[in-house]
Design a protein around this ligand. Structure first.
Ligand code: SF4
Length: 365
């Protein structure tokens, strides 16, 4: 589909991903994929529409997830400081000009970030999204939200934008596919919500990027890798992975201070991300594997989580191993493996029961 002169996406183009691997990528980077499929540079520009979150405002809880710092941190992001206080149209105009002047792209997807950006009644959401899309060079939206804030009415609203030709992405904060972790970090939703969101989004031509955190408390390494397999099976289109950070003013900080939580080391993280990527389906885009913004207030881990350090390290590990995204993606046995390695012994022939008369006949005379 075309909008404003540019092809827009409804589902991932597997041939384009195959080409990326043929070109030598060890995982399918979102940026390179977008350039290939759209034919021009598309830049994501962040925008803040001042949404709150039901896990902060008391609808679900007043405390937030254990790792979520004071909500005001949204204004510490460098990319937002210039546009604080501006209305939606002005923010979009300002951000588009800023990123275009930096040579970042010709057309733009507006990333509505911070908070739960579908947590408003549908008419108010429509007003915000309409204003955001009302720019000649904006080809779509990418909306950060929780999986439990996307009822059918919101999905229908987003589906209508798809019908008009816009490219719509949801960026869903799920963080892990293990219910016990979701519950322990006090997200106040489950895993079923995210499975539903992927199904409902795909029915409407909406793409889904999932946020994941590695190194969450209470979760094992093999569970984190199982998350890679689970999101592959349910058909997530892209991921953003971060290391778990302990920030100021969070409950995770108390757990760290009392020794209940140990942050992940850089070596552990890089190895884990390499393992994670190997266990993903090849047909899923990797948007991020590091955290390099919003770090004001980070206590630990002390290592630099910037993408320019983490990315090359992970790529080097994969190169040394000679593996890439999908190398270890395997769901059960293949048809060829349904051949038992050891066959059970053939049943012994049962000795025929002889009658007394037969036995007597066999006796020597
Ligand atoms: S869902 Fe996101 S914004 Fe809401 S409390 Fe959790 S981390 Fe914070």
């Amino acid at each position: 589909m075309m909008i404003k002169g540019v092809k827009t996406e409804r589902q991932l183009d597997r041939k384009a991903i195959d080409e990326l691997f043929r070109e030598g990528y060890v995982y399918a980077p979102h940026g390179a994929y977008i350039r290939k499929t759209h034919g021009i540079d598309i830049c994501k520009v962040p925008m803040n529409a001042n949404f709150t979150c039901p896990n902060w405002d008391g609808r679900l809880s007043k405390e937030g997830c254990v790792y979520c710092p004071n909500f005001a941190r949204q204004f510490t992001y460098e990319s937002f400081r210039r546009v604080i206080g501006q209305g939606i149209k002005d923010q979009v105009k300002d951000q588009v000009e800023y990123y275009r002047n930096k040579g970042a792209g010709e057309k733009f997807l507006v990333y509505i970030a911070f908070g739960t950006n579908t947590y408003l009644p549908v008419p108010e959401l429509k007003k915000i999204f309409d204003e955001t899309l009302d720019h000649p060079d904006v080809i779509g939206l990418t909306i950060g939200t929780r999986p439990d804030c996307l009822p059918d009415e919101v999905m229908d609203l987003l589906g209508d934008y798809v019908k008009q030709g816009y490219e719509i992405w949801l960026e869903v904060g799920q963080q892990t596919m293990h219910y016990h972790t979701v519950e322990s970090v006090l997200r106040h939703h489950g895993v079923a919500e995210t499975i539903r969101v992927v199904q409902e989004a795909h029915r409407r031509g909406i793409l889904v990027c999932m946020f994941l955190i590695m190194g969450l408390p209470y979760e094992t390494r093999s569970e984190m890798i199982e998350t890679a397999r689970l999101i592959s099976v349910i058909g997530v289109d892209a991921i953003k992975i971060y290391p778990c950070l302990v920030m100021k003013e969070t409950r995770l900080l108390s757990e760290y201070r009392t020794g209940k939580y140990r942050p992940i080391s850089m070596t552990e993280y890089a190895q884990l991300i390499a393992d994670f990527i190997e266990h993903l389906t090849p047909y899923l885009l990797v948007q991020r594997i590091s955290k390099d913004c919003g770090l004001d207030g980070k206590i630990v881990p002390e290592w630099d989580t910037h993408r320019f350090l983490v990315g090359p390290r992970v790529e080097k590990i994969l190169a040394i191993r000679g593996t890439r995204q999908g190398s270890k993606y395997k769901l059960g046995l293949s048809a060829d493996e349904l051949e038992p390695l050891s066959k059970p012994d053939p049943p012994r022939k049962k000795a025929k029961k002889r009658t007394v008369q037969e036995m007597e006949e066999k006796l020597p005379i």
